[in-house]
Structure formats: C-alpha cells, structure tokens
Ligand binder design. Structure first.
Ligand SMILES: Nc1nc2c(c(=O)[nH]1)N[C@H]1C(S)=C(S)[C@@H](COP(=O)(O)OP(=O)(O)OC[C@H]3O[C@@H](n4cnc5c(=O)[nH]c(N)nc54)[C@H](O)[C@@H]3O)O[C@H]1N2
Ligand SMILES: Nc1nc2c(c(=O)[nH]1)N[C@H]1C(S)=C(S)[C@@H](COP(=O)(O)OP(=O)(O)OC[C@H]3O[C@@H](n4cnc5c(=O)[nH]c(N)nc54)[C@H](O)[C@@H]3O)O[C@H]1N2
Ligand SMILES: [Mo]
Length: 748
C-alpha cells in the first residue's frame, strides 16, 4: 500500500512516500519557499545495510575479565535476543551503581539525535538515568559552549535566551540596517537546519531583499561562500577576528567616532579597555596597521570600514564558528565592545547579533511558545563537565581543572551511556578520544546505524528512527506544529529509546517512576494537552490532538513582522530602570568578575591572544595550512552519511583549497590527497578554486571515521586532525577551528 504524509526534522518538513513498509521517495513540503535537499538521502539511509538490526554485545566484553577494552573498535559482536541483552545491561548498570556510585556513570550523551518532542533520545536517557539515581552530565553544547560562558558576563543574559529573545529580527534588519558586518558570514547552508526544525527557509530571500535595498553587506570570512549573493568579501585569516575588531575600535577611539554618551551611560570599564587599545598598558597601540599584519586585511580597508560603521546604521553579526576556537571568548566579547563603541545597541537594525544563519530560527520574527517538553526529573548527582572536555575527563579521573571561576574535579567514569549522538564524529582529536574511550568498564549505546561510535560500544541497542514511531514536531521560532505519524514499521528488531528505557527501568525496579504508567501514546497526549493549555493562556488556539493527527500539520498565528521587537530599547533608554543581568547592570567591557578569576587566557577585558595554531604561529612552518571544518551543506552532521558515502566518488570528503596552494603542491581538482599533522592523517579529495583564502583549507564535518591499518581515516573526518583543547579556563568550549595541517598528493 502506498501512503504520502508530511513529517518534519531538524532540516524542515517534507513529504514521505511509503510503499509496502518502506520509504520509497520524498518530496518537498509545499509551504516551504526554499526546501532543503537533505531529506533526499532518507530512503536510502533508512533501509541501509548499516542499520543495526539486533541487540549486539561486544565479544571481548562478554568474555569478562578486563573486558578487552583495547579491542573496542575492532572486536566482533554477538547478537542476542532483546530480553537477554536487556537483562545484561540492567545488571551491569546496577553493578556499576552499587560498586562505584552514580557519579561513575557518564550520561552527557551530547548530540542532535532526531527531531520530535517526545522521542528525543537525550531527554529519554536523562530521565532514565535520573530515575536510577543520577549521572554525570555535560554542560552546554559544542555549538555555543564558549558563548554560553562569556555572554552572561558581558551582556547579562543566558546566551540561549539572548539568541531567541534579544536579536533584531530579519524584517527589522531589512528596514533599518545600512551596513551588515558579518564575521564568519551568514550562511544559508547552515540555516537549512534548526533544533527541532525550520519550516520556512528564508535566509536567501532576505538576502535578496537586502541586495535590492542597497544594504552594504560585508562577509568577513576565509570563504567567500559563507554569505549568499554578491556581498563584499574580506578574506580574513582564521582565528584573528579579534585583532581586526580591535583595529576598528582603535579608529573609533582615535578619530573621535566612539559614542561616548552610550559608553558612559550603558557600559562599564571602557577606560580599562581603552588603556589596552591605545597601548598604554602594553606599549602596543592596536592600530589598523597592527591589526592588518595579524588578520591579513589591509589597514585602509579596516579604517574605512570602521568609519562607515560609525556613520551608518550598522549591525555586527558573529557566526558561532568563531567561538569554536582557542580563545573563542575574545571575538564574542570584542564584537559586543565594538558594537557598544558604535553606540547603536538598542536602535532598530543596529548593535550586535550572534548566530544569524548558524541555525534557521535565529532572526525569525515569531512569538516564542513554551511547552511540549518531556520531563526529565531531577539529577541527584551534581558533578558535570563542560561538554567538550570528555577525553580530558576519561584520561584524568580525579584531577582538577578550572571552569568559569570554579575549581572542579573530573569524576572517575566506569560506565558511559550514549543515546542520540556520535562522539566519534563530533569530538576533536579522535585518536586521543580513542585512547580515552578504552578507560571505562562499559559503554552502552543506542543507535539506528553502525556509526563509528556504535562500533566502539560494548552493548549496542538498535533504535528506531523518527519515521518508525509517532511523535509531535515543533521548534522555537517556527510557527508550524506537526503530527509526525509512524510511517514504516521498525527496521529489523529496532525499538524506541523509550521502550528500551522502560524495559531497563522495570528490571531495575523503577518502571513506574520512569513511565508514570504511560505508554508513548499516553505521553504524547499528556504533553500535547499541557502545551495546548499553555498556548491557550497566551491566546493561541491549538487544535485537539486528534484533529492535529487528522490534519498532519497546522500553521499557528505566531509568525510575522508584528512579532519583531528591537532588542535593548528599554535598557538604552534608561539603564537604571531596565538594567542588564550583569553585576553592574551595564554592558561589561571590563568584568571585575572575570578579572577576579585571574585567568591569563581570559583576562578582565577583551584582548588579542594569538592561538597556538594559526598562520602566524611557528608551527605553520611545518604545517602551513589552516584547516577550518565547517558544517556540511548536504546533511546534518554525520546523519544519513551512509547513503551519501555510497554515491559514486563521494568519499573521501572534498577538501577545498586555493589554487595557489594546490599548484605549489602539484595538486589538481579531484586528486586524492593526504591531509595530516602531528595528531593524525586522513584522505580527502581536492577541490580547487579561489573561493577560499590562500593558506586556508576547508574540510566539512560529517564523515564516518574509518581508519585503515596505518590509522589513516579513509573517509575524511576533520576531527582526526583537530586539537582537543578548551577555548580557555573560562569557557572550556571546543577549539575545532584551531588547527594547522599540511596536504600532499596521495601516493600509495
Ligand atoms: N571539527 C569540527 N567538529 C565539530 C564541529 C565543527 O564545527 N568542527 N561542530 C560541532 C558541533 S557544533 C556539533 S553540534 C557536533 C554534532 O555532532 P553530533 O550531534 O554528535 O552529530 P550527529 O551526526 O547529529 O549525531 C546524532 C546521532 O544520533 C543518532 N540518532 C538519530 N535519531 C536517533 C534516535 O531516535 N535515537 C538514538 N538513540 N539515536 C538517534 C544519529 O544516527 C546520529 O548518529 O559536532 C561538533 N564537531
Ligand atoms: N546543513 C547543515 N546546517 C547546519 C548543521 C549541519 O550539520 N548541516 N549544523 C548546525 C549546527 S549544530 C551548528 S552549531 C551550526 C554551526 O554554525 P556556524 O558555527 O556558524 O557554522 P560553520 O559551518 O561551522 O562555520 C561557518 C564559517 O565560519 C568560517 N570560519 C571558520 N573559522 C573562522 C574564523 O576564525 N574567522 C572567521 N571570520 N570565519 C571563520 C568558515 O569559513 C565557515 O564556513 O550549523 C547548524 N547548521
Ligand atoms: Mo552544533
């Protein structure tokens, strides 16, 4: 029987055609003006030979003893019936809890999993682990950990709240912004995606409108393609944006273009910063000429741009990528400082914005509605790690480290439980993670596919995908509400994460506490009714659950220019009456709090700190190319990679390099190349053009790590090369973009 239904995922809604229990085709969703092509790989991916079909336990782990931990990644698996595998997992969880306590279980389980409000893998895992006594959790995300640490000190707001609530919306930018200065660009390739979905893909439409209206758009990025249309391109050296911003700040300060009134009324600590900017404190004025030598952009260009910014309505935007780098706190802090000096924060279309384009929901004018959450309960364990410090934690149990003013200790992890993420895709320096991964006694993973992570687990449970179960779809900044019907039966013996956890909870004597007597359908009704009531209290009518199921989707009246607000207006008008959440109530250009931490890698005001790896480092003599590793345009991270990897010539991944760099190495378009540094090696396929700055190469994330006998990754996963280093003691975010490499033609 053939069916056609709409469903949604992180990349938006699409139609799914099924026949005889299989997904046979997908079609765009008619209400989306610019649908993503990501779902085109779905029919091949869902039924792919790499699906995990049965519960599987690693042979060496079953053998007992030290469980042959060094064989993780190379050991065969034994398939077991569900009941037996669940008994084993429940007994092992109980053993670890009893012997080592719940602080020995790591359940951070970072990852995007799938959309859908109930079957969200991480939420399911966290509720389960809370029910059995807690777990060590992870703080923040690979996406924005550094911003989440620095922004509250500077702008006084939780970064995620800032993201959704304190940014100029697209219609306001279109109407008021004259100069749009984009550090790291605004890339529609990225705004294809948003957590939980984005139904209207509209970034490119807005950019067409900006172009038409004559808005000046400046893409400051190593890649010209980081902004749509014909924006001006300033091809900056990666990792040096802070220096460029300081060069601009110097112009504002010395040419009397800084808004003194705004600085006096709305900020604190400008004097301390100015002494650094002008060189009073360190003898080095941060002139455009000084900046030019670091960032590779002409001093005159920096000067002219600063002057333009001071005399036109200017919005400075910063991509998230800039803070996924060593000292990633600095460009975020410095951009806010530069915007404060321009004095346009709180004016329509002016000021500062973070993450436009990074995900689709940012900048969308919509009413934010709460709800549709699956309750996770309370975690009795208080210890956590900053999310990207996982290998440090596993390698150094009991040791201390610093994080945002705290001295903390790493727990001694005996069991890792991962559900809904792929650390052997996403973590930096995968050879180091591989070593760290050998430490715990047991690793349990739920996955639909045999990813590199599943292949390194001890107990592997096959999970359904969102097409194999019923759910509800809704995302922040999106006005659509979806019933996500079950489209096909589970592939193989896969089960829903919820069912797996319910079974484990039953075996551990906490079944009722976990399920509260509800099956999946019961939870969907329960969560939906709560949401419906909350929406109703906000004056929004939401259909009954049965009606939603019938209609498949509804467009709620919560999107449009009428929901666009200019952020910071009340603060700007009267900062005493509407203070920010910082200690001073003002924008903190100097932070007494951060200063009191005494971190030389993140002192009391923004500073230029050269990263360990950048084109100006001595290491660049040996590894002369700066590797940036952006998100892939044709998929979400490593999801559905199996289907793409099957396409002829698709793997290893393409690496983009400038023609001058290629010529020097005798590399031509399409050549197989070796990308390497002291941490690792991968293969890649050369893509040669001048859309990238000389000296910089770009290899997107998302390949499924697959190493040969020499340890070379044959697929092209950049994380075999990246550095596993906290951004600073403040943020401890990931530093993926701080990586030098060399490239040569593949010769064997
Ligand atoms: N070098 C470099 N590395 C990076 C980045 C970078 O810029 N450069 N970016 C980082 C960032 S920002 C991020 S967000 C991460 C992304 O890294 P991840 O979020 O880990 O990547 P995904 O591929 O989305 O992993 C999600 C996994 O969940 C599985 N899954 C899907 N649905 C379900 C389900 O219902 N149940 C279960 N149990 N599993 C499910 C998928 O099959 C997939 O394996 O990568 C980070 N890594
Ligand atoms: N299609 C698709 N979209 C996605 C995702 C996906 O996997 N696929 N993932 C989503 C997720 S989880 C996230 S966190 C966001 C990430 O959103 P971002 O972090 O904004 O995006 P990236 O693609 O990592 O990087 C954007 C660009 O930054 C530039 N860049 C790198 N280093 C520097 C630097 O030092 N200075 C400057 N000026 N530019 C630099 C690179 O040229 C790169 O192309 O994307 C989201 N959107
Ligand atoms: Mo992310």
């Amino acid at each position: 029987m053939k069916t056609e239904k709409v469903t949604t995922s992180h990349w938006g809604a699409f139609r799914v055609i099924t026949a005889d229990g299989r997904i046979t085709d997908v079609k765009p969703f008619e209400a989306d003006p610019n649908p993503s092509r990501i779902p085109e790989n779905l029919p091949a991916a869902v039924h792919h030979r790499t699906r995990i079909t049965r519960p599987s336990i690693r042979r060496g782990w079953l053998d007992g003893g030290d469980r042959a931990r060094e064989r993780r990644g190379s050991d065969p698996y034994v398939e077991l019936p569900w009941d037996e595998a669940l008994d084993i997992a429940a007994a092992e969880l109980e053993r670890v809890r009893q012997t080592h306590g719940n602080e020995s279980i790591y359940g951070g389980s970072y990852g995007w999993a799938s959309a859908g409000r109930f079957h969200h893998a991480l939420g399911q895992l966290h509720r389960f682990l809370n029910t059995i006594g807690g777990y060590v959790f992870s703080f923040a995300s690979y996406s924005t950990a550094t911003a989440q640490a620095i922004i509250p000190h500077v702008l006084g707001s939780n970064f995620l709240k800032f993201l959704w609530g304190s940014q100029n919306a697209w219609p306001i930018i279109a109407q008021h912004t004259q100069t749009l200065v984009m550090f790291g660009g605004i890339n529609p390739k990225n705004s294809q995606v948003s957590m939980g979905g984005v139904t209207h893909h509209e970034t490119e439409t807005w950019f067409k409108a900006f172009e038409k209206s004559g808005m000046r758009r400046i893409n400051i990025s190593p890649q010209s393609t980081d902004t749509p249309g014909n924006a001006e391109w300033l091809a900056i050296i990666p990792g040096t944006d802070t220096a460029m911003m300081m060069g601009m700040a110097h112009v504002l300060e010395t040419e009397n273009l800084a808004d003194r009134d705004f600085l006096n009324r709305c900020t604190t600590g400008y004097d301390r910063f100015r002494a650094y900017l002008t060189g009073e404190t360190d003898g080095q004025p941060k002139t455009p000429e000084w900046a030019a030598k670091i960032c590779g952009i002409d001093a005159e260009v920096i000067r002219n741009l600063a002057q333009t910014m001071a005399t036109t309505r200017t919005l400075i935007t910063v991509a998230w990528s800039l803070q996924r780098a060593q000292h990633g706190e600095q460009p975020y802090w410095m951009a806010a400082t530069l915007a404060a000096m321009l004095g346009q924060i709180g004016l329509a279309g002016g000021g500062i914005g973070y993450g436009y384009g990074a995900i689709g929901g940012v900048g969308v004018a919509a009413k934010r509605l709460k709800g549709l959450t699956f309750p996770q309960g309370q975690n009795p364990v208080s210890n956590f790690i900053p999310v990207a410090r996982i290998a440090d934690m596993l390698l150094n149990p009991g040791s201390t480290y610093e994080f945002n003013g705290q001295k903390r200790h790493y727990p001694d992890i005996r069991l890792i439980y991962w559900c809904g993420g792929n650390p052997f895709h996403h973590h930096q320096d995968l050879n180091r993670l591989d070593q760290a991964w050998k430490k715990p006694e047991t690793i349990i993973v739920h996955e639909p596919w045999w990813t590199a992570t599943a292949k390194r687990a001890d107990i592997v449970f096959p999970a359904t995908t969102s097409y194999e179960r019923e759910d509800i779809g809704r995302a922040q900044g999106d006005s659509y509400l979806f019933h996500m019907p079950q489209l096909i039966p589970p592939v193989g013996d896969a089960r829903d994460d919820y069912d797996i956890f319910s079974e484990l909870a039953n075996r551990m004597g906490v079944g009722d506490a976990f399920t509260e007597g509800r099956d999946a359908k019961g939870w969907l009704h329960h969560m939906y009714e709560e949401f419906r009531q909350e929406a109703s209290a906000e004056g929004i009518d939401v259909p009954s659950f049965d009606e939603l199921c019938e209609r498949n989707w509804v467009d709620l009246p919560i999107r449009g220019s009428q929901f666009a607000e200019v952020p910071f207006t009340a603060f700007r008008e009267n900062p005493d009456a509407a203070p920010l959440g910082t200690p001073s109530g003002r924008i903190e250009i100097f932070s007494e709090t951060i200063d009191s931490f005494g971190y030389d890698d993140c002192p009391g005001h923004p500073v230029w700190l050269a990263p360990d790896e950048w084109l100006g480092a001595s290491l660049a003599k040996q590894f002369p190319l700066h590797l940036v590793s952006p998100q892939p345009g044709d998929k979400l991270h490593s999801q559905m990679e199996c289907a793409i990897a099957d396409l002829p010539g698709a793997r290893p991944m393409p690496i983009l390099m400038n023609s001058a760099d290629a010529q020097r190495r005798d590399i031509k378009e399409g050549d197989l190349v070796r990308v390497f540094n002291a941490r690792g090696t991968c293969q890649a396929r050369a893509r040669v053009n001048d859309e990238i700055r000389p000296g910089v190469v770009a290899l997107s994330t998302g390949a499924w790590l697959d190493t040969d006998a020499d340890g070379t990754d044959t697929q092209g996963n950049p994380n075999i090369l990246t550095r596993d280093l906290g951004t600073s003691r403040l943020g401890q975010g990931c530093s993926a973009h701080t990586t030098l490499v060399e490239i040569g033609r593949w010769s064997s």
